[in-house]
Design a protein around this ligand. Structure first.
Ligand code: HAM
Length: 488
């Protein structure tokens, strides 16, 4: 592979004299026999304090010099060409519109965070999937695998300057070094809605209502998807009953979350290694198979918080109008250590896909980062599984490019006039595709069809001399002349 190396001073020292040199990094005799040098006016000296670095720039000498690249994005990541971008925008607009309808404010955080923000001791899978590295200043940093820790960080940072409750939403890219399966990627976007400062189950109930609204907007029904709901307090009450120390709670939840992924004997072994008795393990596993609130009440007794919270959630679901979407399932625990109460996951009823979305209450996350003891709950909804589901249900929208007008000069020397027309229309809020080269009308009509233009505006000599243009309505074929000032 042959390439030309540019040795240069840092651009930050641009105001100082700079010396650029092209040097060959290969041992190509031809290149060496023809060394190319570009020397800018004065040379930078070391005393400038400017640091030197080098970049490899493919300088094409002739065709042989082409350095072929892999045109695919890195494994597990995606490009968003215009078609994909239209779908993404369509999806995100629904996320945004639902959040707006519920009165949530949009926030965002950096994709790069300090690694420590994501390090929890409970043995979560997400920890092993972290894209982390040391930056040039020797700081341990990570690409965020989720948004919740950043949200907690920002809430703590804002402190008393914000008034509770906060209702925030965000749409952000997350990175996880995952084993790739359908709908699971190494990079995905997540829509999050979170409520900070409400301890009551009304918060969880509203969050689920928001997701249901979203599903309905995009044509997904309660017969396509549902929510499995449980509470981590179920496990907490069981652990308390068997005298298991509170500090093991997070770890036990993470082990139990793996039930469908690893053999049950392995789960028992892992639970045993935390010090939980065999009897307690058996009871725990039994309670996880419970699928109705009545049965749960038989196991736990009617007095605990778990039952009370869940009953309230189901009662609120009725009032919000989404009872048919939710069901109790004690096996839902979730794979993140910080959840403390109600947890829920959206699933496809055919069972072909991984979780569509998930969330729950995390009342202890802020204090674990040194913040105040503020209750919180929220959910994350990925952009990948939902697209798989829409494909499966034939519900993907048809989204073409949409530009209202195409403006074209009929003669080369009228291109300036066409630019004036385009500017006038754009200033009135109309979208315009301006034909920038001399093209035959056939080409212009084809392009108009491809971009779904509503009108073709032709700038011809005679009309323009009169301050007018020709407007053709493409759906009806109707054509008329309009003065530029009257063009709306
Ligand atoms: P999570 O269950 O890890 O929760 O992720 C939430 C959602 O993000 C998943 O249900 C899925 O839609 C999507 N997702 C996660 N990983 C991937 C992946 N590798 N590829 C594609 N999609 C993925 C959380 O992240 C919590 N922070 C959610 C939350 C917000 N809880 C409270 N507030």
């Amino acid at each position: 592979m042959r390439a030309i190396q540019i040795v240069t001073t840092r651009l930050s020292s641009c105001l100082r004299p700079i010396r650029f040199e092209f040097l060959s990094s290969s041992s190509s005799p031809r290149l060496f026999s023809n060394p190319r040098r570009l020397i800018c006016t004065a040379a930078a000296t070391k005393s400038d304090g400017g640091r030197s670095g080098s970049i490899v720039a493919p300088l094409v000498e002739n065709e042989e010099e082409v350095q072929k690249i892999d045109v695919n994005p890195p494994k597990g990541t995606r490009d968003f060409a215009p078609d994909d971008m239209r779908l993404r925008n369509w999806l995100f607009n629904h996320f945004k519109e639902v959040s707006r309808l519920f009165g949530y404010e949009e926030v965002d955080y950096p994709v790069l965070e300090t690694e420590a923000l994501f390090i929890r001791k409970a043995g979560e899978e997400i920890r092993d999937q972290l894209y982390c590295f040391e930056d040039r200043g020797n700081r341990r940093v990570a690409l965020r695998p989720e948004l919740t820790p950043s949200l907690a960080r920002l809430v703590i940072q804002k402190g008393k300057s914000v008034s509770l409750p906060l209702k925030w939403f965000a749409i952000g890219q997350c990175w996880r070094y995952e084993r790739m399966t359908r709908g699971r990627r190494r990079e995905h976007y997540q829509w999050n809605m979170d409520i900070i400062g409400v301890p009551q189950v009304t918060a969880e109930a509203e969050l689920i209502s928001a997701i249901v609204s979203f599903f309905k907007r995009i044509g997904i029904t309660a017969s396509d998807v549902g929510f499995k709901v449980s509470s981590r307090k179920v496990l907490q009450e069981m652990l308390r009953k068997y005298g298991v120390p509170e500090n093991l709670f997070g770890r036990v939840c993470i082990i139990i979350d793996k039930i469908e992924k690893i053999p049950i004997d392995e789960i028992k072994k892992e639970l045993g290694s935390t010090g939980i008795s065999e009897d307690a393990i058996e009871q725990l596993l039994q309670v996880l198979s419970v699928k109705s609130l009545d049965d749960l009440e038989d196991v736990l007794g009617g007095a605990g918080e778990a039952i009370a919270d869940l009953k309230q959630l189901f009662s609120l679901a009725e009032k919000f109008g989404y009872s048919e979407w939710i069901q109790f399932d004690a096996s839902v625990v979730r794979g993140l250590a910080y959840y403390t109460g109600i947890v829920f996951e959206g699933f496809d009823r055919k069972g072909n896909l991984r979780a569509i979305c998930g969330g729950g209450r995390y009342d202890r996350l802020l204090p674990t980062y040194g913040g105040d003891d503020i209750p919180a709950c929220g959910f994350g909804f990925g952009d990948a599984v939902i697209v798989e589901l829409l494909k499966e249900k034939n519900l993907l929208p048809e989204l073409g490019q949409e530009v209202e007008n195409i403006v074209c000069a009929l003669e080369k020397d009228l291109q300036g006039a066409a630019a004036t027309v385009a500017t006038a229309l754009r200033s009135k809020g109309q979208t315009v595709d301006l034909v920038l080269e001399s093209k035959p009308l056939k080409w212009v009509f084809k392009r108009a069809a491809r971009i779904n233009a509503r009108r073709l505006i032709l700038v011809g000599k005679t009309e323009w001399e009169d301050g007018s243009v020709s407007v053709k309505v493409l759906s009806s074929g109707e054509q008329f002349q309009v003065k530029l000032n009257d063009l709306e």
